[in-house]
Write a protein that binds this ligand. Sequence first.
Ligand code: CDP
Length: 221
Amino acid sequence: MRVIAIDGPAGSGKSTVGRMLADRLGLTYLDTGAMYRAVAFAAIRGGVDPVDAEPVAQLSRRIDLQMGNGSVVVDGVDASVEIRGPEVSRAVSVVAANPEVRAEMRARQRAWATERGGGVIEGRDIGSVVFPDAVLKVYLTADPEVRAQRRAKEMTDLEYDNVAADLARRDAADQGRTHSPLVEADDAVVLDTTGMEIDEVLDHLVGLVEERTAARRVDEG
Ligand code: CDP
């Protein structure tokens, strides 16, 4: 199985880089943040309070999730746009801190990768917890103002200040939680994309994947 793990805080460029890297390598891409967002969406839609741990855990085990390239279908409902909205963004941190939800998403992520023989998988705990044997682990980061600017540009209907506050709040929650907090895996390549163009980041990562794949072939004889 060939997994490329990309982790990092919000707005660090994981999704853009992950999608393009998957294209370049001929692999499939999985946005695991969209899975946690989908669980939060399903809770809100089903009238379940996102802080009610047990009902949310049950719901996470029950729902049908279809993860496409940029699309998410939850129990037959296309949630691709709504999962990016402020309501889901507010609810997602508490849902993602729920250990039973995490166990369920971890199992689904591993099954997804097994079915495909790997892929480019993006999130917060992908290299540290879900795929410790990934061929390459990347920790993408960037200055908080740059990350908020990038995100504000994508979400044209939201004010910069609101976007910046949301990212700061979610980063603190993701880094401070007990279960699978956002951390740099010991063997992750840390890349600060503050002053980098996407193509530069991509070329660098493609080079690393090629190196690692060749080294693995030698190891495996
Ligand atoms: O796109 P953005 O960086 O804003 O966030 P996301 O990747 O869509 O993830 C949304 C939230 O899901 C994060 O703030 C985390 O709380 C959670 N998440 C997680 O806990 N573990 C993952 N592997 C991916 C996301």
